[in-house]
Design a protein around this ligand. Structure first.
Ligand code: NDP
Length: 450
């Protein structure tokens, strides 16, 4: 070591920070990790994990409804929000402990407090100065709060995980991942949901057919979907929060959830002062090795605002640790990143949308399938699954794969491997299906869309 207290100081113990620190330590680096809040970051505490636990809770609604068709007599189910939140919190506390042990077992020093950069090699944590050869900024992101009149009356996803009670009526602004996921969770638990989105369909950036299919499924599930509309103001009337919409209508609810994107956590870190460049969105600018404009300072994950997904932060952390502490430069491949939306029904996607594929390659072959899943037959539910393959007409390469329906995220993980390996449509066709599943549709689609 070179006269510094540490080889690496990591600011932020979220998914990316913990993975990078643990790996760097395994390569022999002396590592300190600074965190002021719960270990595990957004994913563990206010994102992926609690969101999915809440989504599981909401799915029981369908299961109770469908059980009768399978011969079950289910007494009228009742739901207690406080028990769900308690159980969820107990699981998160367990996970916080897991993250602490991961860091301890790796030999990292955990420092509790708020970090601020003093110079390119010095971090101050609540008055205490620590030096390091390298500093990694992995401070994540936070919900964006729009500047509308009464905006402070709204809540963000952060508060949704600790509401004192399940609200009866909610207005959600936004049409991205968080908006549609909470719409499904809340509607499944019995809340009346109005989702207000400025676009013509939810989930901009996803394949248009998937966007339309999810919109229709949300409406069929009783969600009041207001498209091409924005929430322009909030005000309080008694206990109710009134949302004034751009079409002049007003919607009264118990709360307004604002889910209009997230912003990188770069404020108050002293980045500017030590010469770390930020872009116009406030994200840290890095090169392909995650080095900032200040050579001893690196950043990755949500704070660089490239692809703000936990598994991408993990991939970036692995590449960073290998490059900087293992003498083995690794670059992250950002192509064919699969993702899922845990909406009701869920979505899984990998590769290009039809529009993007057409723009890049000209006319493409499209294969699609719409069907009511077998489980729905006796359950009496009608909710069609939608699956779509986009294929290059000359090379036969599968360019995109999209699905909305039960288990879509689970199914798409395997399809992501296929696309990563450069699978062709012919190879999918020659794969034997697993019967009876929905997944087998991906290897049995024979007819091109006309
Ligand atoms: P998204 O970027 O996904 O969506 C933001 C939504 O807000 C869009 O519908 C956008 O509309 C709308 N919006 C933005 N600005 C305004 C505005 N001024 N007025 C009205 N509407 C506006 O953000 P989220 O907050 O939903 O999620 C943040 C990120 O977290 C995601 O992008 C994703 O990377 C990650 N995430 C991933 C999940 C998963 O993997 N399952 C789950 C949850 C989050 P428009 O489309 O027109 O821009």
């Amino acid at each position: 070591m070179s006269g510094y207290d540490y080889d690496l100081i990591t600011i932020g113990a979220g998914s990316g920070g913990v993975r990078a620190s643990r790996l760097a330590a395994s390569f022999g680096a002396k590592v300190a990790v600074v965190e002021r809040s719960a270990l595990g970051g957004t994913c563990v505490n206010l994102g992926c994990i609690p969101k999915k636990l809440l989504a599981y809770a909401a799915h029981f609604h369908d299961d109770f409804e469908d059980a009768a068709g399978y011969g079950w007599t289910v007494p009228t189910p009742s739901f207690e929000w406080s028990r769900l939140i308690q159980a969820k919190d107990a699981e998160l506390t367990r996970l916080n402990g897991v993250y602490q042990r991961i860091l301890e077992n790796a030999g990292c020093t955990l420092i509790r407090g708020t970090a601020r950069l003093v110079d390119p090699h010095t971090v101050e944590v609540d008055g205490r100065r620590l030096t390091a050869a390298n500093i990694l900024v992995v401070t994540g992101s936070r919900p964006r709060v729009p500047a509308i009149p009464g905006g402070e009356l709204g809540v963000t996803s952060d508060q949704m995980f600790h509401l004192p009670a399940l609200p009866e009526r909610v207005v959600i602004s936004g049409g991205g991942y968080i908006a549609v996921e909470f719409a499904g969770i809340l509607a499944g638990l019995g809340t009346h949901v109005t989702l207000v989105h400025r676009g013509h369909a939810v989930l901009r950036g996803f394949d248009e057919d998937i966007r339309q299919a999810l919109g229709a499924a949300m409406v069929a599930r009783g969600i009041d979907l207001r498209l091409d509309t924005t929430v322009d103001a909030l005000r309080k009337e008694g206990e109710a929060v009134i949302s004034t919409l751009s079409d002049g209508t007003e919607v009264a609810a118990d709360l307004n959830l604002c889910a209009v994107g997230r912003v990188p956590n770069t404020r108050g870190l002293g980045l500017d002062e030590v010469g770390v460049k930020l872009d116009e969105a406030g994200a840290v600018v890095v090169d392909e090795d995650f080095r900032t404009s200040q050579p001893s300072i690196y950043a990755l994950g949500d704070v660089i605002n490239r692809v703000t997904l936990t598994p991408v932060a993990l991939a970036e952390a692995i590449a960073f640790a290998n490059t900087v502490f293992n003498g083995n430069e690794q670059l992250v491949d950002y192509t064919n990143i699969p993702s899922a939306v845990f909406s009701h029904p869920p979505i899984g996607t990998v590769g290009l949308t039809e529009a993007a594929a057409t723009a890049q390659h000209g006319p493409v072959d499209v294969y699609e399938s719409r069907f009511n899943p077998l489980k729905n037959t006796l359950g009496g539910r009608v909710e069609r699954t939608y699956m779509k393959l986009i294929v290059h007409p000359k090379t036969d390469r599968v360019l995109g794969c999209h699905m909305m329906g039960p288990d879509a995220p689970e199914i798409l993980q395997g399809m992501a491997v296929a696309l990563k390996c450069g699978a062709t449509k012919r190879q999918l066709d020659s794969t034997v299906g697993i019967h009876p599943t929905a997944a087998e549709e991906f290897v049995t689609m024979r007819t091109k869309r006309g």
